[in-house]
Design a protein. Structure first.
Length: 206
């Protein structure tokens, strides 16, 4: 059995330097990209089992999508009644955030695995607008909410990357794992009912 030389006096770790750095990056999140972290990505691929074990110690699963070149962690899902502590921060998405992510996930679903998906922010704004309630007529307020949501999705959640063209973004393939097909369908149906709700109610009152 091979051993790792200590990296400092008193070091009892068993992972290589690159694997430790990869572990830290995975814990920091929200995801690791092969294109951005090639050395760390190599460590994830070659030392997968050891990294899975370290992450399992803190109730996390390691998800790797080699076709997309991404790796990230998510909370473990025990198949029993075991109660585990919350390790990852959970954010409650705003209404417009969810609408945008739903649309982005749908765009990914129309592409082949590994294929880049590029969206135009102006087109995205118009498409998402159709899911707003019929009585939401304040376009300026909607534009402010939309722009704030795009900033959060880019900078906080890291699910959109800038491209060479201003106003066009690449969709992170990690959304395939966050929203499965059943979830997308359920959300789309729910928001379609939400968008039609006020119009239907208004019609009945006339």
């Amino acid at each position: 059995m091979s051993t790792i030389d200590p990296l400092w006096t008193g070091d009892t770790g068993t992972l290589s330097l690159d694997s430790r750095r990869a572990l830290v990056q995975l814990l920091k999140g929200p995801l690791m990209r092969k294109t951005r972290h090639p050395e760390l990505w190599s460590a994830v691929i070659t030392d997968t089992q050891a990294l899975r074990s370290r992450l399992a110690d803190v109730f996390l699963d390691l998800i790797i999508d080699e076709d997309a070149g991404i790796a990230f962690t998510r909370m473990a899902s025990p198949d029993n009644d075991l109660k585990i502590p919350a390790v990852l921060r959970v954010d409650r998405l705003k209404h417009v955030d969810t609408l945008i992510l739903l649309h982005l996930r749908n765009e990914l679903g129309l592409s082949a695995p590994g294929e880049r998906v590029i969206v135009d922010v102006e087109e995205l704004r118009d498409q998402v607008r159709s899911y707003q309630r019929a009585d939401d007529l304040d376009d300026a307020a909607y534009a402010r909410r939309f722009n704030a949501a795009i900033t959060r999705i880019r900078n906080t959640y890291n699910l959109l990357d800038e491209t060479e063209t201003t106003g066009r973004y690449e969709v992170s393939p990690v959304l395939r794992h966050i929203f499965d097909v059943d979830t997308v369908t359920a959300l789309r149906d729910e928001y379609a009912r939400y968008a039609a709700g006020t119009a239907a109610g208004t019609k009945e009152q006339k």
